[in-house]
Design a protein around this ligand. Structure first.
Ligand code: NDP
Ligand code: AKG
Ligand code: MG
Length: 727
């Protein structure tokens, strides 16, 4: 068997991938001096599509299934993977990627939006494995530890980013369902030894016809299994009530996670679209080949050229309260594209701005934020309440909020796609254990969104232990668990004895209380650890970093894999499509690779733990370089003509080389890097001017999802002087 590479750096999409075109050659060149090989594996949406359809491709077009390979690797102690954020594709994004690949000569099939034949169904099943958050759940074989590096936090306190003012009478609110949501309907149980084995989910309609919705569920002793549903009727009447009770001057918005929750949330999104456009759909719905779950963007494409429908759509939108906009310049509303509705990014942006979003007129306005499910809406509701009472966060004095998240082995909601169903008819749903015991049973109605989540015992115990370690290192912490929520009550049965055994007291608080506790302490300058389940891990690791640091991309994001390997995610944010657009239009890339720098440092330190002596020197040198990039103000700036991602990489490389040249533990390494550092310093003027020379001009990357490597390299590595030093 081939040797596992020392470090694997993932190939992804959009802005982080453009950044890699500049940064990775530097990393590889420097690492090779210590005999450390840095390999790549491609998990971009384009590569994942090609990997699914070898039978449609010519031999020289076929690609390996790198995600599957990585999925196996993370279950071994050898794993040392740097994972950059990748596109979690919605249907519109998937369709766009397919179209682009087809235009490049890859004869892959169209995405069947309404599969009828067996062949179409088979193609659709392959595409479904690519849709939404298809990468992270496969790689995350460990729990999550996200925090800011000390240097990053100190820099943010010394150089505070802008924050909007909050006023006590801000009309911005969070609106959740009055009941009959996932929170209200949840039931939960823990699998006994007898019940372990192959579980299944059965549905029985009103006439007694039984269908198996899912079999082969691997229940283990100690696994927590839940069942819950959101009533479609209750959801629709809540949306209607919220649309109809809007105050003038307030924007209407919904905040979901259609990428991660790829089965349930597009359906919820579709209900928002269809209630909001009720009158238009009543008039034209029958004539349309359009699913509201794809959003208004897809509707606009469907009716393009039909003047009557276009006029009616415009009138329908005008008759409703103004929508919160994703991009007001381009007319993209909150209800346009499901993948643009990303609550972990959108709610912090509203809160950071002082409770405002952007309206169709391009002006900022207060916003009603609909977050249907009460499991998590309370966190944002309480946060907004807190800032209304206390005014905006003082970034210069705020403590650091870090997170320990229960994530391993597809924990909780984020692993529930295969066991989420839109209920076909009124009836009963039952979850059976390995011994056919009925574990959970619920009466449901047609259209309800029903799901079952699981979380295994080993990840739970590992998470509690990690929470205890981080609490000891930090001082203040809380478990965010609601004793009144069925799932959390089962988890508490693990947490309480584990804390007792460890002889440590960590409070257990419901999310609303825990939010207040965290905000009170952080505003008083204290560092706080939030120990949460998987969804709150995702939400909080954008919310607090965006408030504290201006972006979550600067976070350290470590997944200590349960089998002993390491997965180092870069930041907590996404792939920044707006940054790609700016690069293409004006050759300026404002993506900040600080997250990559932090992950790289951790990855080298991890290599040292595994016995690679030079890993520790590299890790320390990278930390030093990262701190210098910050201290000397060499992070990318936002506007064309200013230093960007590429110049920040030059400084990072230079400081990294200088640190390796200056260390005295390894004379050979110092001797290798001394001339590199010298050449970088001497070449400063030439390199910076070569890096900046072509800013302002449009560039061609040869694609969006599947860019041309040579074209991208030419754009991202424009300095001959630097390239010659890197070799
Ligand atoms: N872990 C993962 O793999 C994740 C992937 N995603 C995917 O990313 C895509 C985009 O998601 P979106 O919600 O727009 O979130 P992003 O995090 O990509 O962008 C939100 C905003 O945050 C700022 N930002 C994010 N990262 C950086 C960075 N490194 N440097 C500077 N600024 C940064 C940018 O602000 P500004 O524009 O003001 O500069 C950006 O527009 C989607 O396809 C989504 O599925 C999202 C989250 C996590
Ligand atoms: O995998 C995804 O789609 C998003 C992940 C994410 O937002 C996170 O882990 O913070
Ligand atoms: Mg997130």
């Amino acid at each position: 068997m081939a040797k596992t590479p020392d470090i694997i750096y993932t190939t992804v999409d959009e802005a982080p991938e453009l950044a890699s075109a500049s940064l990775l050659p530097i990393i590889r060149s420097f690492a090779s001096a210590a005999g450390i090989d840095v390999a790549t594996r491609n998990i971009s949406v384009a590569a994942r599509i090609l990997a699914q359809f070898p039978d449609y491709l010519k031999d020289d077009q076929k690609v390996s299934d790198d995600l599957a390979e990585l999925g196996d690797l993370v279950k071994t102690p050898e794993a040392n993977v740097i994972k950059l954020p990748n596109v979690s594709a919605s249907v519109p994004q998937l369709e766009a990627a397919v179209k682009e690949l087809q235009s490049q000569g890859y004869a892959i099939p169209d995405y069947p939006s309404d599969p009828k034949t067996d062949e179409e169904k088979e193609i659709r099943a392959r595409y479904d494995t690519i849709k939404g958050s298809a990468v992270n759940p496969v790689l995350r074989e460990g729990n999550s530890d996200r925090r800011s590096a000390k240097a990053v936090k100190e820099y943010a306190k010394a150089h505070p980013h802008s924050m909007g003012d909050w006023s006590a009478d801000s009309p911005t609110t969070v609106a959740a369902m009055p009941g009959d949501d996932f929170f209200a309907n949840e039931i939960s149980t823990t699998i006994s030894a007898d019940q372990a084995g192959n579980g299944k989910i059965l549905f029985t309609d009103a006439d007694g016809n039984e269908t198996k919705l899912k079999g082969g569920l691997q229940y283990r002793e100690g696994t927590i299994v839940d069942a819950t549903y959101m009533s479609a009727t209750a959801l629709r009447s809540y949306i209607k009530a919220e649309v109809e009770s809007m105050e003038p001057g307030v924007l209407f918005s919904v905040h979901l996670k259609a990428t991660m929750m790829k089965v349930s949330d597009p359906i919820i999104f579709g209900h928002f679209v269809s209630v909001y456009l009720e009158d238009f759909i009543a008039k034209h719905g029958d004539k349309l080949d359009w699913n509201p779950n794809s959003g208004i963007g897809a509707l606009e494409k469907e009716i393009a050229g039909n003047a009557e429908m276009e006029a009616d759509l415009k009138a329908a939108l005008d008759a409703r309260p103004p929508l919160y906009m994703v991009d007001s310049d381009k007319g993209i509303t909150n209800l346009h594209v499901p993948s643009d509705v990303i609550i972990d990014a959108s709610m912090p942006a509203v809160i950071r701005a002082g409770g405002i979003g952007w309206g169709p007129d391009g002006k900022a306005a207060p916003t009603k934020c609909c977050i249907p499910d009460n499991c998590y809406s309370v966190v944002y509701d309480e946060t907004i309440d807190f800032f209304k009472k206390n005014g905006k966060l003082d970034v210069t004095t705020a403590g650091a909020v870090s997170n320990v998240g229960l994530m391993a082995q597809k924990a909780e909601e984020y692993g529930s796609h295969p066991t989420t169903f839109e209920i076909p008819a009124n009836g009963t749903i039952r979850v059976l254990g390995g011994n056919d015991d009925v574990l959970l049973e619920q009466k449901v109605s047609k259209g309800d969104i029903w799901r079952s989540c699981t979380v295994h015992k080993e990840p739970i115990l590992d998470w509690i232990a990690l929470g205890i370690r981080r609490t000891k290192a930090t001082g203040l912490a809380a478990f965010w668990l609601d004793a009144n929520r069925a799932h959390d009550a089962e988890l508490i049965k693990y947490v309480e004895p584990a804390l007792k055994e460890a002889g440590i007291e960590i409070p257990i608080m419901a999310p609303r209380e825990a939010t207040r506790f965290t905000l009170e302490h952080m505003t008083a300058g204290k560092d706080v650890v939030t120990i949460t389940g998987n969804v709150l891990r995702d939400y909080l690791t954008d919310l607090f970093p965006i408030l504290e640091l201006g972006t979550s991309a600067k976070m350290l994001s470590i997944v200590s894999l349960m089998q002993g390997g390491g997965l180092f995610e870069t930041g907590a944010g996404g792939s920044a499509p707006k940054h790609v657009q700016q690069l293409v239009e004006e050759n300026h890339l404002r993506w900040d690779s600080l997250g990559e720098f932090c992950a790289l440092g951790e990855s080298f330190k991890f290599l040292a733990e595994k016995g690679h002596a030079k890993g520790a020197l590299y890790g320390a040198a990278i930390e030093d370089a990262t701190q210098k990039v910050l201290e000397h103000g060499h992070s990318p700036e936002r506007k064309v003509g200013q230093p960007d991602n590429r110049t920040s990489h030059y400084w990072f490389a230079r400081y990294w080389a200088e640190a390796l040249a200056a260390q005295s533990e390894d004379a050979d390494l110092a001797a290798h890097f001394a001339p590199i550092a010298k050449a970088m310093a001497e070449g400063e003027e030439a390199i910076l001017s070569e890096l900046m020379a072509d800013q302002g001009k449009a560039v061609d990357l040869g694609g969006y999802y599947h860019t041309d490597a040579a074209k991208t390299a030419a754009v991202m590595r424009p300095s001959k002087t630097l390239n010659a030093i890197i070799g």
